[in-house]
Design a protein around this ligand. Structure first.
Ligand code: SF4
Ligand code: SF4
Length: 91
C-alpha cells in the first residue's frame, strides 16, 4: 500500500481554531524563497498563495516536521485540543 492509499484510511476531526500558526508572515515573504514548508509537509498543509501562506490545518497529520523544518523557527506548533485532529485507523 503506498502513502496515498494509506492517507485514505485516516480521518480528521477538525477544530475550528488552528493549532498551527505562522509567527511572522513577513519572513515567509522576504527571507524564504523556496517556501520549504510547502515541500517538507507530507500533508500539503502549507500553500503559498500570491503573497501569503495558507495553512490548511484541518489536514495536518501531526507528524511534527514543521517544528524542526522551518529554517526560521517561524511556525508555532502545538497538538490540537483533546478530541480534535487526526484519527488513525489501526489494523
Ligand atoms: Fe515561512 Fe518557515 Fe514556511 Fe519558510 S519554511 S515559508 S519561513 S513557515
Ligand atoms: Fe505538515 Fe506535519 Fe507540520 Fe502537520 S505537523 S503541518 S503534517 S509538517
Amino acid at each position: 500500500m503506498n502513502i496515498e492509499e494509506k492517507q485514505y484510511l485516516v480521518r480528521f476531526n477538525a477544530d475550528t481554531e488552528s493549532h498551527l500558526k505562522i509567527v511572522n508572515a513577513h519572513i515567509c515573504a522576504t527571507r524564504c524563497p523556496d517556501k520549504l514548508c510547502t515541500i517538507f509537509c507530507p500533508a500539503e498543509v502549507y500553500k503559498w498563495e500570491g503573497d501569503r501562506m495558507h495553512v490548511g490545518f484541518e489536514g495536518c497529520h501531526e507528524c511534527g516536521s514543521c517544528r524542526i523544518g522551518c529554517p526560521y523557527d517561524n511556525i508555532e506548533w502545538r497538538y490540537p485540543k483533546g478530541g480534535y485532529g487526526i484519527v488513525f485507523r489501526l489494523g
